[in-house]
Write a protein that binds this ligand. Sequence first.
Ligand SMILES: Nc1nc2c(c(=O)[nH]1)N[C@H]1C(S)=C(S)[C@@H](COP(=O)(O)O)O[C@H]1N2
Ligand SMILES: [Mo]
Length: 378
Amino acid sequence: MERRHGSGTPLGEVSTPGRVAAAGEGISEEELALAARNHGLPLEALRHDVTPPGLHYLLTHYDIPAVDADTWRLTVGGRVRTPLELGLAELQALPAVTHRVTMECAGNGRARLSPRPVSQPWLVEAVGTADWTGVPLRTVLARAGVDDGAVEAVFTGADHGVERGVEQDYRRSLPLPVDADVLLAYAMNGGPLPPQHGYPLRLVVPGWYGMAHVKWLRAIELVDTPFTGFQQAVAYRFRQSPDDPGEPVTRIAPRALLIPPGFPDFMSRVRVVHPGPVELEGRAWSGYGPVTRVEVSADDGRTWTDAEVSPRGPHRWGWQAWHTTWTAAAGRHTLSVRATDADGHAQPLEQPWNRGGFGNNLVQRVPVLCRPLPDTRQ
Ligand SMILES: Nc1nc2c(c(=O)[nH]1)N[C@H]1C(S)=C(S)[C@@H](COP(=O)(O)O)O[C@H]1N2
Ligand SMILES: [Mo]
């Protein structure tokens, strides 16, 4: 029988299957527990070009592992000519690069799907932008000398858990050759990686959804057949049914987000503005290329006007700012925003559904109440 509101999973019953919520089923205590650990970006923090420490979204499947950087080593093995074992100081002695990268969880938007896939219940806030510093993965692979037969690199984190009955280290692969901008990052925004973001080393795969950016990286293995581990072949696939092999989740679909204007009502978080011009601004990004168009609607998607979009500038993988002015009239409104990228990918008004709730880039809708200037100030 499917357990709906379970708290206190009996010992031995840790093979919680992937499932979809029943019609009208609320967020369970288990989903709430995940949401309390894995926080999103407060949307007002979209105002920062680089997300300040602590405001970047966070997603950790298991526990943040205890890693002692003095004894920690990165091993590079499998189909290589020279297996390597590198300490942090050795990695830091190699030529470093910094990339500004917007990272987004593949499950962002999941809680808005109907029926709702039961997992970390993101609305739209699972995103952040950081300056990641480290060594290009290619530099380290070149040192190890990749065998001709190698087709993928498999990345293993130091964290361990059980997921749908499968006990595992968090592990993901990338096809070879890897993009030049893929990084082994040991610094975030100029400082050491915080524990929750992968200290002492993580993979950064610009343009790809978060699951590819393996945190607490401890091993890289070159393999001659495609990796079929849980996070690759079972999780993170666009499937319609449990037995559908599905397509792998890879690059970030375009999305624009609006910094909710005005001020919020505490409980509902409905925005309140006063009549007159209201500056609307936010960020937009896509893992396929620059965002070329951002449109805003103040009538729940019936009519759209173009916003001004900043060019991407030197940061190929970072989000772009956009802004426009809206003249608010008294009453209730729904603001929406949508992005289109240079490849022609755009955000849907009706989201195609998939079982894992991945890549849901449905347009954001922000209810706004425009009320006359207040009669009382508390
Ligand atoms: N080792 C390890 N790496 C991981 C994860 C994890 O649970 N373990 N979560 C992944 C997922 S699903 C996402 S969205 C990103 C989140 O990165 P952040 O917490 O630094 O924002 O890390 C990815 N890398
Ligand atoms: Mo994620």
